[in-house]
Design a protein around this ligand. Structure first.
Ligand code: ADP
Length: 453
């Protein structure tokens, strides 16, 4: 096992990874930007190195400084967490060149699955069902429009390098096409420095269901069941749960396809195969070649620590869990708590954390990095943490999440906590009758505006 690991991230995921390392007897090195010197991940790591300025490009995306820190501290491996460099094949390759283990797949695999249009091509070849659309990347706007007419509107124009719901636009008809294409492309160029685009049929109100994969270097691949991440705002997840409400037949079929998809690219480490589900039909949309924000719901229902598994896999250990050992137990829900103001179009609300009261108890988990008096820097993601509950069944998990949100106090900044609470009380959510269109449909009700009509 590794003696020392560097965590190339910040926020709650850095804290989550440092905790896992400590529990495995591994020493930890945190990195931080000028804006993060008081951050919790710096305080709980054994050692820490400042790698640059407050802008991500100067610090958390600064490969050279991070590698230099890793070498000078004598670490054997780097955990990239999510976001930042986690899906950067150059970084994975650079680690390998410097004799440092990247806790994730090789650059070659990231290249195949991290590029969404390339992944589509590979999946089509392997017989994995994908949303009808372009074979790979689009060559020009004219070809794209012709293809859209052939597939039929509405269509979704997506960035190959896209992530976090950015770089995609719907065109409902041909008149909207050029504008949607140009807007999506320029957003992709700005956000990812890559304007390669591809096209998919726009599925109306599907469910987003994804499978958690673990794969070792010896070709063993298992899945840990699925998560329903349909509660989204602007294509970004807000509430996730596991298991989903699909039946066993569909679960088994999708699980098999998820394993096939992973094996096709000789995947190694933890990864997620994302699908859209419409009735009995399901379509691959992308693979995330890293740990995901919502991984705790899977941990709660399987009892498997996914971050520890990632570290063991990277250290060359064979998976100790077989598919038949994976037993789903009860139900888990996660709410992402963001520093944002729902009443003002969810605008970011950084500030200083005042009184903080974190609920606890059986089957309740708060993965976060905030503490009383902590000044939240305005430069990074607005997620403050995740509330996760686990209960015997979905109805009890909903009650537990409501009770937990009722008790949680984060003073000093505006958050979406009440917004999540309203979702947990919405009759369609409770019935399980929801899809990716849920928040758009229910928004007035969720914000409490319809009470005044
Ligand atoms: P990102 O990598 O930016 O998260 P994804 O491809 O994973 O993008 O899609 C994010 C979300 O966008 C999906 O969960 C779904 O709600 C919506 N979406 C993506 N592709 C389609 C599609 N073809 N039809 C309908 N909705 C889609």
């Amino acid at each position: 096992m590794f003696q020392k690991v560097l965590i190339a991230n910040r926020g709650e995921i850095a804290v989550r990874i440092i905790r896992a390392c400590k529990q495995m007897g591994i020493e930890t090195v945190a990195i931080y930007s000028n804006a993060d010197k008081d951050s919790l991940h710096v305080q709980i790591a054994d050692e820490s190195v400042c790698v640059g300025g407050e802008k991500s490009a100067e610090s958390y995306l600064n490969m050279e400084n991070i590698i230099t820190a890793a070498i000078s501290k004598g670490v054997e491996a780097i955990h990239p967490g999510f976001g930042f460099l986690s899906e950067n094949s150059n970084f994975s390759n650079l680690c390998a060149e410097c004799g440092i283990r990247f806790i994730g797949p090789s650059g070659n695999v990231i290249d195949k699955m991290g590029n969404k249009s390339k992944a589509r091509e590979i999946m089509i070849e392997a017989g994995v069902p994908v949303v009808p659309g372009s074979n790979g990347a689009l060559s020009s706007i004219d070809d794209a429009r012709n293809l859209a007419v052939k597939i039929g509107f509405p269509v979704l124009i997506k960035a190959s390098a896209g992530g976090g719901g950015r770089g995609m636009r719907v065109a409902y008809n041909i008149d909207e096409f050029n504008n949607a294409y140009e807007t999506a492309k320029s957003e992709a160029v700005n956000a990812f420095g890559d304007g390669t685009m591809y096209l998919e049929k726009y599925i109306i109100n599907p469910k987003h269901i994804e499978f958690q994969i673990l794969a070792d270097k010896y070709g063993n691949v298992i899945h840990l069941g699925e998560r329903d991440c349909s509660i989204q705002r602007r294509n970004q997840k807000v509430i996730e749960e596991a298991p989903s409400l699909i039946d066993k037949e569909l679960r088994d079929k999708m699980g098999e396809i998820a394993i096939l998809a992973s094996k096709t690219v000789n995947y190694e480490n933890a990864g997620t195969i994302e699908f859209l589900v419409s009735g009995k039909d399901f379509y691959f949309i992308e693979m995330n070649t890293r740990i995901q924000v919502e991984h705790p719901v899977t941990e709660m229902i399987t009892g498997i620590d996914i971050v520890k598994e990632q570290i063991k896999i990277a250290a060359g250990k064979e998976l100790s869990i077989k598919q038949e050992d994976v037993v789903i137990n009860g139900h888990s829900i996660e709410c992402r708590i963001n520093a944002e103001d729902p009443k003002f179009d969810f605008r970011p609300s950084p500030g200083k954390v005042g009184l903080l009261h974190v609920p606890s108890g059986h089957g309740i988990r708060f993965d976060s990095f905030i503490y009383t008096g902590y000044q939240i820097p305005p430069f990074y993601d607005s997620m403050l943490g995740k509330v996760i509950v686990h209960a015997d069944n979905r109805a009890e998990a909903i009650l537990k999440m409501r009770a937990t949100l009722e008790e949680l106090v984060i003073d000093g900044v505006k958050t979406n906590q009440d917004f999540c609470y309203m979702i947990l009380n919405h009759s369609d959510y409770i019935k399980g009758s929801f899809d990716t269109g849920f928040i758009v449909k229910a928004i007035d009700n969720l914000l409490g505006y319809d009470q005044y009509e």
